[in-house]
Write a protein that binds this ligand. Structure first.
Ligand code: SF4
Ligand code: SF4
Length: 373
C-alpha cells in the first residue's frame, strides 16, 4: 500500500459560494488553494464519494486535484453507495460514472459505501463484491475496502464473509471510543485482529470535538494550552497502530493549514494526554442525553419505518456539543429516510425499548428541530 501521510482530505464538507441563481456551489478556487496547501504539506490522500455534496464532490476532486497534479502524486478513494441505486445494473453503473466524474483513470482505494443495517445485504444480493473484484483484476481498483457505520458484530460479519478486503474505513474518535452506540474501540480492534489497515473517518466527529462544552475544553487547554482542539482529535486517531490515514472533512483554508501543521509535526498521544482525553470523555458521559443504546429493537416494530435511533442520535449531538450543523447533518444522512414526523404514535417502539425511552415525545422534539426546512 506504500507510505501514505496520516492526514487525508475528506471531500464531504467543501467550501461553498453562492452561484448566479442563488444556489450554493462548491468554491473551486478556494478548494484548489486548500488542495495546494495540503499537497505542499506532503499529504496525498483524497477521499470522495458519489453522494457527497449532492453528487458534486467527485467532479470537484477532478477539477481541484486530478486535472492539476500528476496522477501518481496522489491517491483517490471513492465509494459506491448501492443503497442509492434502484437495481443491480444501476448500482454497477455507478463505478463507471465515478471513473468519469473523477477523471482518475483508476482508484487507489475503492469502497463499498456505508455498510451496516439493511444496507449490507444489498451489496451481496446485487453481486457487487464480485463485480468490484473484477475491477480490481482489471487494474481499475488497487485496494478494495468498505466503510461501515455499525457496531462491531456487524463489522465482523462482513469481514468473515469477505476476507478478501484490503482495508476498512471506520468511525474512530476519542469521544466514541467506548460508546455503546458507535463502538469505535471494538470496531478498530476487530479490524486489527485481522491485520487490516484502518482508514479513520469522523476523527473530529464531524467537527463536534472542536465545539466541546467549556469544562471539557478547559481540561485540554490546561493540559496543552497551545494545542488546537482538532489536533487532539486527529492525533488520538493517528496514534493508533495500523491506521493508514485519518480523514478530515476540511471546509476552510484555515482548517487545512492547522491540520497540516499538526500532522506534519505529528506526535503520538502520550499517557498524560490520554488521561486528559479520558477526563473529557467522562465529562461528556455526564451530560444528560437520551439513553438510547442503538440496540434497534424499536426498528423492527415500527410500522412507519421511522429511523428512531438516528433521530435520537441527532438530539444527543445537540445536547452534548450544541452543534446544530452536525446534528442536522446526521439527521439528513441517517434519519431522513424514515423521518420522525412520520411517527403515528402507535407506541409499539416504546413497548420494546429496553431503556424505556419516551420515544414518541423525543421524536416530536426531533421533528421540530430537524425537519424545519
Ligand atoms: S410510535 Fe411512532 S416511531 Fe414508535 S413504532 Fe409507532 S410509528 Fe414507529
Ligand atoms: S429500542 Fe430504545 S434503546 Fe434500542 S435503539 Fe430503539 S430507542 Fe434506542
Amino acid at each position: 500500500m506504500g507510505e501514505i501521510g496520516k492526514l487525508g482530505f475528506g471531500f464531504m464538507r467543501l467550501p461553498e459560494v453562492e452561484g448566479a441563481d442563488g444556489s450554493k456551489e462548491i468554491d473551486l478556487d478556494t478548494l484548489a488553494g486548500m488542495v495546494d496547501t495540503f499537497m505542499n504539506g506532503g499529504f496525498t490522500y483524497f477521499d470522495t464519494a458519489r453522494g457527497y455534496h449532492g453528487g458534486r464532490s467527485e467532479a470537484a476532486l477532478k477539477a481541484a486535484v486530478v486535472d492539476r497534479y500528476p496522477r501518481e502524486s496522489f491517491q483517490v478513494a471513492t465509494k459506491l453507495p448501492a443503497w442509492m441505486a434502484k437495481d443491480a445494473a444501476d448500482a454497477r453503473a455507478m463505478f463507471d460514472a465515478s471513473l468519469e466524474q473523477t477523471g482518475a483513470g483508476y482508484f487507489d482505494f475503492f469502497l463499498l459505501h456505508n455498510l451496516g443495517e439493511e444496507r449490507t445485504r444489498l451489496f451481496d444480493d446485487w453481486g457487487l463484491w464480485d463485480y468490484l473484484a473484477e475491477k480490481k483484476r482489471e487494474g481499475l481498483v488497487r485496494n478494495l475496502g468498505f466503510s461501515i457505520h455499525d457496531k462491531a458484530d456487524a463489522l465482523e460479519a462482513v469481514l468473515d464473509a469477505h476476507p478478501e478486503v484490503d482495508f476498512v474505513q471506520l468511525q474512530v474518535n476519542y469521544a466514541d471510543w467506548e460508546s455503546e452506540t458507535v463502538e469505535s474501540r471494538k470496531c478498530y480492534e476487530a479490524a486489527r485482529a485481522r491485520n487490516l489497515p484502518v482508514v479513520v473517518m469522523e476523527p473530529v466527529k464531524g467537527g463536534s470535538l472542536v465545539k466541546l462544552p467549556d469544562d471539557a475544553a478547559a481540561v485540554l487547554r490546561n493540559a496543552a494550552p497551545d494545542e488546537p482542539l482538532a489536533a487532539w482529535a486527529l492525533r488520538f486517531a493517528a496514534s493508533l497502530p495500523g491506521v493508514l490515514t485519518v480523514l478530515s472533512g476540511m471546509s476552510t483554508p484555515a482548517q487545512v493549514e492547522e491540520n497540516v501543521r499538526t500532522m506534519r509535526a505529528f506526535r503520538p498521544v502520550g499517557p498524560e494526554e490520554r488521561a486528559a482525553l479520558d477526563h473529557v470523555r467522562a465529562i461528556l458521559d455526564g451530560i444528560p442525553t437520551v439513553p438510547c443504546t442503538d440496540c434497534r429493537y424499536c426498528l423492527k416494530s415500527c410500522p412507519q419505518g421511522v429511523r428512531i435511533p438516528a433521530a435520537l442520535a441527532s438530539l444527543n449531538i445537540l445536547a452534548l456539543y450544541g452543534d446544530e450543523h452536525r446534528a442536522q447533518e446526521n439527521y439528513d444522512w441517517n434519519a431522513s429516510a424514515g423521518p420522525a414526523s412520520s411517527c403515528v404514535a402507535c407506541g409499539a417502539c416504546e413497548d420494546v425499548c429496553p431503556q424505556r425511552i419516551g420515544i414518541v415525545r423525543e421524536l416530536v422534539r426531533a421533528a421540530g428541530l430537524f425537519e424545519k426546512r
